[in-house]
Design a protein around this ligand. Structure first.
Ligand code: NAD
Length: 537
């Protein structure tokens, strides 16, 4: 790498630094002699040292801190380690550990790695964006911290989420870290515990609401479009009503999507497509019940309607395949407490609690997105098993401690018949003679590839078709071996290739549908491969 920097400056530049991997020639040329111990390590050896240190730590939050300081010190070693150890490191830099990292953000803070906007920046957001040191930003992940994972309002402590998601964009899809920008729209917090914490680093006031909130978001979107017109904006962990309102408002006006709604939908749909290969039931015939009727579940249902329509069902027929149960029971048209996004799925039916609803509707598939652990009880799994030879059970709530049931419970209570997937990782489970490797419906299978396809085509927007394409592509990556192990997702170790396949298909569709704003390269796949950031040195 060519640089004018020398000596300490090189060692303190996260992008240039190779530490003990600088060769003798580089040490001479860059004025590093004397500043490093004698032996020159390969990157592979550095990684071995790193992984041994990481495994020696006593807790995951310590591992998170170690990885985050490596990211700030030697970016290429960090990404090489993440890519080569993705199954081990992803849960450390993203869910579940990132949840704890967010809770403790103000306590463990060392360096600001993102962009913070508060109500005091109103009228000046475009101006302060010029303070960001990178010119060619292509992916922005933004949160207002109001619904971080299943943990609620964490205010500015939620910054760990955009940082973690963008690390996955770089690791899983090779989007260069300099083209990624984590943003915290710090509009305050209503979390009293956080407000009373003297170490809290965010805007220490109650959240701004209503018009003031919407105006700040609007100014942010306009400022981004002006400064970074090719950038994709990913909305992340907004409170459900805001998540829907912002998506509705901007999806046709800006290159944006909401990962909690649309990314989750695509990854779950992919799992459902793949589950049909195990249950041998045609996708077009499935009846699906959701426990939880928030942004995640509704987003999944909205995409499933599209997927059923693609199989020839009418919009009405598609919606009738989908049933919701929330904290107050079966979501039916007769209820008066429903939110707007529930109404399309509120069918005419008598009231029922969850167990009664399973018995009456007899769904093929149960999808939990409640944030409430233990809601898939023994009774629930047994009822599903009595109606289905292979009940499909997806317990999507994150982190692992919030899953509706554990993998072991699903297999045990269904007597080894469940097709199980979860939002957070579970270990392998042995039941009788069977060894199950539960699949993780991780959004990281989807969003990096979609982002890569979108930015490669300089897309004007992301439409629903994009998520269908991504879901089908992901389902096609599930091998017969995965299916034989009861997994409806491929191993995360294939993530770079999966992201590439999704990007190629999304990009192709963008060129076909007029959403691309640049010329199609002669060899689309090769040009995407060439773009992907490779952290090897
Ligand atoms: P939300 O707050 O918008 O909705 C939660 C819903 O669950 C509400 O409808 C509520 O009534 C219902 N609910 C809560 N407790 C319940 C109970 N005991 N019984 C029945 N219904 C109950 O939240 P959301 O954004 O939809 O997210 C829900 C969960 O989904 C979170 O835990 C999140 O971690 C998870 N999620 C998973 C993925 C993934 O696996 N890929 C992605 C996004 C969200």
């Amino acid at each position: 790498m060519k640089t004018d920097k020398r000596n300490f400056a090189v060692l303190h530049d996260d992008q240039l630094n190779k530490s003990v991997a600088f060769s003798r020639e580089e040490r001479e040329e860059l004025g590093l002699r004397g500043l490093l111990p004698y032996t020159v390590s390969s990157q592979a050896l550095q990684m071995k040292r790193l992984m041994e240190n990481l495994r020696r730590k006593e807790s995951d939050i310590e591992r998170y801190i170690q990885l985050s300081s490596l990211q700030n010190r030697n970016e290429r070693l960090f990404y090489r380690a993440v890519i080569d150890n993705i199954e081990e490191i992803m849960p450390l830099i993203y869910t579940p550990t990132v949840g704890q990292a967010c809770r403790e953000f103000s306590q463990i803070f060392r360096k600001a790695n993102g962009f913070f906007i508060s109500p005091e920046d109103k009228g000046e957001i475009r101006k302060i964006l010029d303070n960001w040191p990178h010119e060619d930003v292509r992916v922005i992940v933004v949160t207002d911290g109001e619904r971080i994972l299943g943990l609620g309002d964490l205010g500015a402590n939620g910054m760990g989420i955009p940082i973690g998601k963008l690390a996955l964009y770089s690791a899983c899809a090779g989007i260069h870290p300099r083209q990624c920008m984590p943003v915290m729209l710090d509009v305050g917090t209503n979390n009293e515990e956080i407000l009373n914490d003297i170490l809290y680093l965010g805007y220490p006031h109650k959240r701004i609401k209503g018009q003031a909130y919407l105006e700040l978001v609007d100014e942010f979107i306009m400022a981004i479009q002006d400064k970074y017109p090719k950038a994709l904006i990913q909305f992340e962990d907004f409170l459900t009503p805001n998540a829907y309102a912002l998506l509705r408002k901007y999806k046709h006006r800006a290159l944006c999507f909401n990962d909690d709604i649309q990314g989750t939908a695509a990854v779950t749909l992919a799992g459902v497509y793949a589950s049909s290969r195990i249950t041998k039931k045609a996708f077009s015939k499935l009846k699906i019940m959701f426990l939880g009727a928030g942004s995640a579940a509704t987003g999944i249902a909205d995409l499933m309607v599209r997927a059923f329509e693609a199989e020839g069902l009418s919009n009405q027929e598609a919606k009738e395949r989908l049933w919701f149960v929330d904290i107050n029971g079966l979501v039916v048209a007769e209820r008066t407490d429903l939110m707007e996004h529930n109404l399309p799925y509120a069918h005419h039916h008598e009231a029922a609690n969850f167990l009664e609803a399973i018995d009456k509707i007899k769904p093929d598939i149960l999808i939990g997105a409640t944030g409430s652990p233990g809601t898939f009880t023994k009774d629930v799994i047994e009822r599903m098993s009595s109606h289905n030879q292979r009940p499909v059970i997806f317990a999507l709530s994150n982190p692992t401690s919030r899953a509706e049931c554990t993998a072991e419970e699903a297999y045990k209570w269904s007597r080894g018949r469940a097709v199980f997937a979860s939002g957070s990782p579970f270990e392998k489970v042995t039941y009788g003679n069977f060894h199950f490797k539960p699949g993780q419906g991780n959004n990281a299978y989807i969003f990096p590839g979609i982002g890569l396809g979108a930015i490669h085509t300089e897309a004007s927007m992301i439409n629903e078709e994009t998520f269908l394409i991504a879901a089908r592509t992901l389902a096609d990556q599930v091998s017969d071996d995965d299916i034989a192990n009861g997994a409806v997702y491929p191993p995360l170790t294939k993530i770079r290739n999966i992201s590439l396949e999704i990007a190629v298909n999304v990009a192709q569709a963008n060129y076909d549908n007029g959403l691309a704003r640049n010329e199609k390269p002669e060899d689309l796949r090769q040009s995407i491969i060439d773009y992907m950031f490779d952290p090897t040195y």
